[in-house]
Design a protein. Sequence first.
Length: 805
Amino acid sequence: MASRNQNKPPPRTPLNKSSGVDDMPLDKRRKVGTGRMIGPAITGRGRQAFAVVNNRQHIGMNAGDLGGTEGSECGAVEFTKEEVEALLNEKIKGKRFDLKGKMEQMNDHIKKLKLCIKWFQEVEEGHVQEEEKLRNTLESSERKCTETELAMKNKEEELNAIITELKVNNASLQENLAKEESEKLDAIECHRREKEARAAAEKLQASLREELEKSEQEKSSANQRVTSLNDMYKRLQEYNTSLQQYNSKLQTELASANESLKRVEMEKTAIVGNLTNLRSHYNLLQDQLTSSRASQDEALKQKEALGKEVGCLRGELQNLREDRDKQLTHVQALTAEIVKYKESTGKSVAELDSLTIKSNALEDTCSSQREQIRILQHQLDAANEKLKITDLSALETRAMFEEKKRVICELQDRLADAELQNIEGEKLRKKLHNTILELKGNIRVFCRVRPLLPEDGAGTERAVISYPTSMESLGRGIDLIQSAGQKYPFTFDQVFTHDASQQDVFIEISQLVQSALDGYKVCIFAYGQTGSGKTYTMMGRPEAPEQKGLIPRSLEQIFQTSQSLSAQGWKYKMQASMLEIYNETIRDLLSVNRSGGLDMTRVDNGGVGKQYAIKHDSNGNTHVSDLTIVDVCSIKEVSSLLQQAAQSRSVGKTQMNEQSSRSHFVFTLRISGVNESTEQQVQGVLNLIDLAGSERLSRSGATGDRLKETQAINKSLSCLSDVIFALAKKDDHVPFRNSKLTYLLQPCLGGDSKTLMFVNISPDPSSVGESLCSLRFAARVNSCEIGIPRRQTTLRASDSRLSYG
Ligand code: ADP
Ligand code: MG
């Protein structure tokens, strides 16, 4: 109890009572606050407070003793809920009639109740204040809240604005970036251009430097000139000063002249005076003049008479002068003669001496000649004798000559007959020759085996090719032996063994070449793998005459035969063209625009901007646009063309052959002949074709561009065989257009042409596979027969029977 009392607040003064809620002692307010916070019923403190109430009797008594201090006492009393309830439920105990006790109890209870009510009122008051406070704080916090909300909203709006701004910024930045990037590209381009420009500028600089040097030299010379000019300038200045002096002198002179002028004017006035005097004098003189004129007329008459006299005298004088001149010339001539005579007399003395000597000598010769004349006279007599005899024999000879002449005439007649017969015979020969070729078949296949070469390598000791010796296939058969010992026999129109010479081969095709001159379209192909001897067969080795190939030999034959046929009235015109088909593109080998055959990058159009379109006209003639066609008249011209073409040919490298041709080479000779005497015309074509290597892909080990090349070659070769087989089968559609080669040769492969194919074989054992393919292909071609060849001839005269008799 003692400690509790210590915590009591000091009793309130009346002044304290009148103050408001805010004047409540601090620790009381705290009590109310804690009570509210902790909850009403269960605090230990509440129990303590109840205990205080329960001891109220004692306190109350004390209070009653003190008197009037209840209010402040009550302020410290607190009630719990249970205590309040207990207070309300309290019943008055005691004896029924003990009213006094009961009254006391009642008073007590009332006091307690009063205390409780007071406490309640205080508590309520506190609560109301608290509530008010809380409301205030709530309101202020609400206000704050709305304020912050507003602020937040503003902030948000601001942020949104910033965001949109940033977005715009971002877009513009992206645009800028794109711009910058394009600018960067531009700048790079600029940089490159600038580099070029710089290079150009450097060149310019060099040239400018040179110019600078030149101009410096010029400058030095100019400087020299300047110094000389300066000298001149000084001199001129001197001259100028002298001129100025001269000028001053002149001015002084001018002054003196002015003075003299004045003087002259004075004189003039004097003269004017004189003039008047003179005028009077003049009148006098005029009178005198008239009188003197009369006397002058008289004098004139006299003068005329005298003039006539003078004329007569002049004529006489002239005559005299002429006479004198004549006399003078005569005298001159005479003096000249005198001089001549003087000279000649000197000379003639000397001449006389020599002449006497000469005459003596002449007399000597004269006598000797007289002697000779006598001898000759004798000889002449003898000759006359002989002449008489010779005359007799001459008569005899003349008779013989006449007889001989007659014989010659007879013979000439017979020769003319024979020539006629010869022409007829030639016609017959052509016909027969053609028949022979027809009988042999229009497409023929020759096989040629090249000799083993040192570079053929290992395994060459085992022979892979043999030739059957039986009668029926002698010279026509060939057997290929594979490593397993398997034997593949083939027969062709002709088989040339490794030791056949170029001449041997040519003899067999010379008839075909003759056909071209006779007006046929002829194709000769060389087929085979790379290194099998195609180019050797077609072109040969130009450096060795006996190794010339078919092309030069054919041309030689054509030129020779056309010359010998000119005796029969045939006139031939030859036109050559050479082209190459590389990767299905035509290249002109005779074009002067070509930069050389090895230029693979210009393969696409061969020449610059040329198309080389192939067209066939209705007469079966082929035209290739932009292709160079050269008129040739001699074998020399053709061989230089062949050389040019050989240099232009494109060659590629494969494992097979370093210089192997990867293109088809087509030599075309157009022959047009006219016979003046028979009015016959022929138009033949000779195509000589060196095909590209026929090897299959795996063997050449080609890749990349070479692979493409090889595929193009294989495709065009298979097109060629397709065309040949379609022609053999007499198909309605022949696929000429599938490759450039077959389309180019279309008129020469069709019905009215003659075709020969060489299949070239390498005896190298490593080539057996390829050889077998080549031989199989050739055998299939050999079994074909293409139509009946037709000669392209026209007759300018109407009767066609004339040509074949
Ligand atoms: P291809 O044109 O088929 O690729 P080549 O004609 O270039 O082959 O021949 C390859 C090599 O063989 C060349 O050196 C050539 O001189 C040589 N050759 C080919 N055939 C013969 C032959 N009949 N006689 C001598 N040498 C030949
Ligand atoms: Mg070749």
